[in-house]
Design a protein around this ligand. Structure first.
Ligand SMILES: [Zn+2]
Length: 231
């Protein structure tokens, strides 16, 4: 399950915003108010670490449905321009799919993952853009450099981990690795329990890593997922 964010995780964006505005003011000195606004708008695009233009409902993973996590449970970023993405963190929800989605939408929860996968059929809900830092690993650096995938189920219930869920997650993981050139190995695809300082045990002893890694390798050797438009 997603975890309390690391200390100091929140508020990272504040100094950057301050810097951006200051830069905009300097550049725009002596120009009209309209030109100033245009200049600021242009700079907003150029300076790494600020928001890329986003379209509501847009997903990174073709076929995923979009349900936005609360903005309080993530930090807007511009990955991989500002933070390289080099890891995937595997989680188990310790609750139902619906509950995981509900708590990630709750601003008081202080955690969210990028993806939640349903056990029954492998449906994928994306809740944070891969651009953004979601608070799921309980470790600031890991949050900044990883994509978090939650799997519906319980660590002590092996029947949670269905074939449909493994296959769907493997396809997703293979596509994420493809997007950011992440090596498909256990150094880069880790369990929440393997994150330094982790107090969580997920995905637990029943998560079949050999099977999962093999499925990811197989998925990676097939063409990546495509959107309807691309087909
Ligand atoms: Zn977890």
């Amino acid at each position: 399950m997603g975890q309390d964010r690391a200390k100091g995780d929140k508020g990272e964006g504040v100094p950057r915003r301050g810097l951006l505005v200051a830069t905009g003011v300097t550049v725009a000195a002596g120009v009209s108010a309209l030109a100033f606004r245009e200049e600021l708008g242009r700079l907003w695009w150029q300076i790494p670490g600020v928001d890329k233009q986003r379209t509501e409902g847009e997903v990174d993973q073709p076929g995923a449905r979009w349900v936005a996590a609360s903005a309080a449970n993530l930090r807007l970023a511009d990955r991989p321009a500002d933070y390289e993405i080099d890891k995937i963190v595997v989680h188990v929800t310790q609750g139902s799919y619906a509950t995981a989605i509900k708590v990630f939408r709750d601003p008081a929860h202080a955690a969210a993952a990028h993806y939640v996968i349903r056990a029954r059929d492998g449906e994928i809900t994306q809740m944070a853009r891969e651009l953004d830092v979601a608070f799921h690993a309980g470790n600031r650096s890991y949050n900044e450099h990883s994509v978090g995938i939650e799997h519906e189920g319980f660590v002590d219930r092996p029947s949670s981990f269905t074939k449909a869920m493994y296959e769907s997650s493997a396809r997703l993981a293979a596509d994420i690795c493809g997007r950011y050139d992440i090596p498909i190995d256990r150094e880069h695809i880790v369990g929440h329990n393997e994150v330094p300082g982790a107090t969580h045990t997920d995905p637990g002893p029943h998560w079949d890593w050999d099977r999962y890694m093999e499925l990811i390798r197989r998925a990676a050797s097939r063409p990546k997922s495509t959107t309807a438009a691309e087909r």
